[in-house]
Each structure stands twice: as C-alpha cells, then as structure tokens.
Design a protein around this ligand. Structure first.
Ligand SMILES: Cc1cc2nc3c(=O)[nH]c(=O)nc-3n(C[C@H](O)[C@H](O)[C@H](O)COP(=O)(O)OP(=O)(O)OC[C@H]3O[C@@H](n4cnc5c(N)ncnc54)[C@H](O)[C@@H]3O)c2cc1C
Length: 474
C-alpha cells in the first residue's frame, strides 16, 4: 500500500495524479518558484478532503491546499514532497440568501463566476483581484486577496463571515457564522490570509454587496506620474473614498494598449483610472470634484466612460496589464508592497532608480488609493544571470518600501517569496507568537510547511527563552 493507493481508494483513479508529467503541472503557481510534489488529489466534497488529509497523515506526507494556482508568492508551491489537495472541483454555489445578503460557496468557485451568478439578482462579491476570471474563492481566502475595488470595500477578510475547514487531524470545523459579530475569539479572521497553514477551507460564507445604483469611471492622463499620485492624495484628503484609484505608468500603458486596445493615451507619462459609485447625485458630485483636483494636478485629458461597454473596456485594459507584459518578454517578476500614500512619489522615484541601475525593464500598475505598489519586471529567464539580477533588484525594491514605512505585502501574501524578509519586519518575540498560534492549529507543521514564517521563528530556535508573559498559564 502507499499514499497513492489510499487516495485512489477514497477518490477513484481519475482524481488522483501521480505521473511525473501530471505532477509538473502542480509544482508551481504564477510566481517563479517550483517545488516537489508527491501526489495530487482532486476531492469533490468535504468528506473526500477529510479522506485526503487522513491518508497524507498516515503516510507522513505534508499537505498543501491549492486553488487555481494564480498566487504570486509561492503559497501553493511545496517546499518538500507534499500531497497537493487541489480544491477546484468543489466549485458549487450552494446557497444564496438574498435577505441576509450572503452565500455559502465551495472553495473552488471562481471569483468572477460568483458575481456573474448574483449580479442579475442585484448583488455582487466585492473583492475583485485582477485574476478574478480564474482565481478561486478558497485561494482568495488563503491570501486575503485584494483588488482594484477593495479601496472602498475592504479586502477579502471584510467579506468572509464564516469558513468550514478540515483541520490537520481530519476534523470538520466551522469558524465564524452568519451573525455580524460572533462571540469568542475571531478565528475566522485568523484563517483568512493564513495561506493554507491552518486547515483546508471547504466551504465559505461570503457577504454579498448590493450593486451600485450608479457608476462613473474616469480616465485621467498626466505628463508626470507625480501628477497622478497628487490627484490620489488630494482626492482622499478631500474626504472622497472612490471605489477604485488605479495608476499605470507609461511603459505599462503602452504594453496594455498594444495588447487590448483599450483606448489608453500612450503618449502620457501616467494614467489614473478613478471610479466612483453610489447614488447618482453623489456620483456626479464626487466625479466633478475629482476632475477639479486632477486639473489642478496637471491632467492633460479627462475622459468619462459614456456607457458600460466603454467602462468595461477601460477595466479590461487594467485587468489585462500583467498578461500584456508577455508580449515584451517571456518571464515577469511582480512585486507587491504597500507604502504610505503620501510617500508614493518618493518611493516610485527610488524604484525607477533601482531599475535603471540594474538595467532591467520595469513597468508599473498599482492600487494607488491603498499605496499598494506592483512594480513588474519583464525579463527573459534564458539570459545568463537575468533571473539573479531581477531578484537582487526585487529585494532592494522591497527594502525601499520598508524604509519609507511600508509593509511586505499588500495582497499577494508572504508564501515562500517574502518568508525570509519577515525577520526584517517582526522581532523574534513577534515571530515566536505567530509560530505558537500556528502550532495551536497544526502542532506537527504538516500543513503547507516552510511558508510565511522563516526557519527559526520560535524563540527557542534562537536559543532565547520566551518572555514570562508568553509561558503557558497552565
Ligand atoms: C494576472 C494576475 C493578477 C493578479 N491580481 C491580483 C490582485 O489584483 N489582487 C490579489 O490579491 N491577487 C492578485 N493575484 C494573485 C492571485 O490571483 C491571488 O493571490 C489569489 O487569491 C490566488 O487564488 P488561487 O485560487 O489561484 O489560489 P492558489 O494560488 O492556488 O493558492 C493561494 C494560497 O491559498 C492557499 N489555499 C488555496 N485554496 C485554499 C483552501 N481551500 N483552503 C486553504 N488554503 C487554500 C494555498 O495553499 C496558497 O497558500 C494576481 C495573479 C495574477 C496571475
């Protein structure tokens, strides 16, 4: 007998993958790292997920939950030979409750499919990562995904009421609930963003957001990126929180325009997409105010989408940005850091300087309203030393973001990519506290080992004693 035999007995041969060529499909996500895969299981129910977990535990094989594999931080990439439990087949929208504005969905439901299902009923699921046509709700929970429209609405954690999860022991638990403020510790929020290290999420209770009665999408073009950033700062300072504020620099505008012909002005140094939603009178007032702020900041073009088709085209351009880069180079490396909004311009200047010094081709598209930067470096991994140069520049870029008071990740998570930078942000005591929390869910470290926390995160790994206040009470 073997792990694969047990999985085949539980799921059937067609939903267990063990051939090296099949395993190759699951050994990476949309980032750059690859990892070793022992087997892949494709369960279709919570009971089958329990069977997968029990089989893996019997054979001492670690378990990595996987959605669509669009993660960019290596979260779904194993660090040691692991069972990949791919939850994409659990893609049923179980129950929509319009009265309570909620829905129970499977983790494999594709983000955009959920909104497509509920939009005709007057509701949508608000977090909209640019990958929303392929990424899953389970993966969004794993990474606490954001998206262009999370500026006003908040990221995934603000839209998840409860999760059903299979623990490392194969138990089924439900964390959170339909009540807005369930009693006890908020373990639901601990699971959101935990990148598969606390359990395998098998059902999700999401909040549904009413569709806005009116929407206005503005395209604003600038001769300098500073002007676009100034518009963002002044808009928020004026007390307006638009639905979205997204900036693209010239190289990105040109790449997007070559790819989807969204009508972006390619001669501009930067383009800002600003969207306001709400009651028609408020939308008109806020759009007018943003336009006035933009004119003061030096915009050279203000375009308001005349209908839904033009609005969709403007957003198609923004959401195709990463794909558009494939035209210029076969590989790309995408960062995800957050800086205080007021330090956007200074940070951008330093990032351009790093790109010039390393002679790399950098394009920028970012959630400017949140200060969430996404410098993207296009390169050809076949060129000698190219990958190493890109990674070295990447690390400098992250450090610059930290120096100006930013954070390691805005939305893609820590995964493997940023794991070893965690010690730059957290003290040994902070890391130890996080490791203890994780131990409470998974004492043997069988769930997605080697992720988020660097090796040696526990105080005793440093030869330190935990402070007395951290000693267990009993
Ligand atoms: C072109 C492109 C654009 C993107 N744009 C955005 C964006 O705007 N905003 C954003 O936030 N991200 C973005 N991303 C990154 C990515 O799409 C998100 O991180 C997304 O949430 C990953 O979902 P997934 O289904 O692909 O999950 P995966 O990549 O398969 O997994 C992500 C993490 O979640 C864990 N996980 C997956 N399913 C479960 C489960 N059921 N239970 C427990 N853990 C689980 C995995 O172990 C892993 O750690 C983009 C990626 C690409 C390629």
């Amino acid at each position: 007998m073997s792990l694969v035999d047990d999985l085949v007995a539980a799921l059937g041969a067609d939903r267990v993958k063990a051939h090296p060529l099949e395993l190759r499909v699951y050994d990476k996500d949309a980032g750059v790292a690859r990892g070793p895969v022992a087997a892949v299981a494709l369960p279709e129910s919570t009971a089958e997920v329990v069977a997968c977990v029990k089989a893996a535990r019997t054979w001492g094989v670690p378990i990595v939950a996987r959605g669509a594999g669009t993660g960019l931080a290596g979260g779904a990439v194993p660090t040691e030979p692991a069972l990949i439990v791919a939850l994409t087949r659990m893609n049923t929208i179980h129950e929509v409750d319009l009265e309570n504005r909620t829905a129970w969905v499977g983790p494999g439901v594709i983000n955009l499919d959920l909104s497509a299902h509920t939009t005709p009923m007057g509701f949508h699921y608000a977090p909209d990562p640019s990958s929303q046509s392929v990424c899953t709700i389970g993966g969004n929970v794993g990474t606490n995904a954001g998206g262009p429209h999370c500026l006003a609405e908040g990221t995934t954690v603000a839209h998840i009421l409860a999760v059903e999860m299979v623990t490392v022991d194969g138990e089924i638990v439900e964390l959170g609930g339909p009540a807005p403020d369930p009693i006890g510790l908020d373990l639901r929020a601990v699971v959101v963003g935990s990148e598969g290290t606390m359990g395998l999420v098998t059902r999700v209770l999401v909040k549904l957001t009413p569709n806005a009665p009116d929407v206005r999408t503005l395209l604003l073009a600038y001769p300098t990126i500073e002007g676009a950033a100034e518009t963002v700062s002044q808009t928020i300072a004026a007390g307006i929180i638009p639905a979205a504020l997204e900036i693209m620099d010239r190289p990105m505008v040109q790449a997007v325009e070559n790819f989807v012909h969204a009508g972006y002005p390619t001669e501009s140094a930067a383009v800002l997409l600003a969207e306001v939603t709400g009651h028609p009178a408020a939308v008109t007032a806020e759009a007018g105010q943003i336009e006035r702020i933009a004119l003061q900041a030096g915009t050279t073009e203000v375009r308001s989408a005349v209908d839904a088709a033009e609005r969709d085209l403007l957003w198609l351009g923004r959401k195709s940005a990463f794909g558009a880069v494939a035209q210029s180079a076969p590989d790309y490396y995408l960062h995800d850091t957050v800086v205080p909004r007021t330090r956007l311009v200074e940070t951008m200047t330093r990032l351009y300087e790093i790109a010039d010094r390393f002679e790399i081709s950098m394009l920028n598209v970012f959630h400017a309203g949140d200060g969430n930067l996404h410098p993207l470096v296009a390169f050809d991994g076949r060129d000698e030393g190219a990958r190493e140069r890109v990674m070295e520049a990447a690390e400098e870029m992250v450090r610059v973001s930290l120096e100006v008071g930013g954070s390691l990740s805005g939305e893609h998570g820590i995964g493997l990519e940023k794991r070893d930078l965690m010690a730059d942000v957290f003290s040994p005591i902070d890391l130890d506290a996080q490791a203890r929390l994780r131990d409470a869910f998974d004492p043997d470290g069988a769930l997605n080992p080697g992720k988020i926390l660097p090796h040696g995160s526990r105080c005793y790994d440093f030869g330190m004693q935990p402070p007395l206040s951290q000693e267990p009470a009993l």
